[in-house]
Design a protein around this ligand. Structure first.
Ligand code: TYC
Length: 100
């Protein structure tokens, strides 16, 4: 009887692995206004005001808060948009992506 190992090559098995996913998180700092962070989370991560406020408070209290999980290029674009928006507004807000 043919086994799965006989009929499926290593390459074929790798080809059907789901792509890695990345969480995008905000980091705390002492200067970015809370209201600005809430607006960022609403605008770029499609959260309602209550959810955005909870995430902001998690960042403020623990140092970090996850805003969403995305494919690599979507996560990368979110980080770029958030950092560009924050720098234009003169805030030091940090946004990172991490494989999950
Ligand atoms: N700690 C900031 C303050 O007290 C608020 C803040 C929250 C900053 C979340 C960044 O990602 C952040 N104004």
């Amino acid at each position: 009887m043919a086994t799965k190992h006989d009929t499926e090559s290593v390459l074929e098995r790798q080809a059907v692995k789901p792509p890695p996913m990345y969480q995008v998180a905000l980091l705390n700092d002492d200067y970015t206004p809370m209201e600005f962070v809430v607006a960022i989370i609403q605008e770029y991560f499609n959260k309602d005001r209550e959810t955005a406020t909870q995430i902001m408070l998690t960042v403020h209290r623990t140092g970090k808060g996850v805003c969403g999980v995305f494919s690599k290029d979507i996560a990368c674009t979110k980080v770029e948009f958030v950092l560009t928006h924050a720098r234009k507004a003169g805030h030091p807000l940090q946004c990172v992506m991490e494989e999950v």
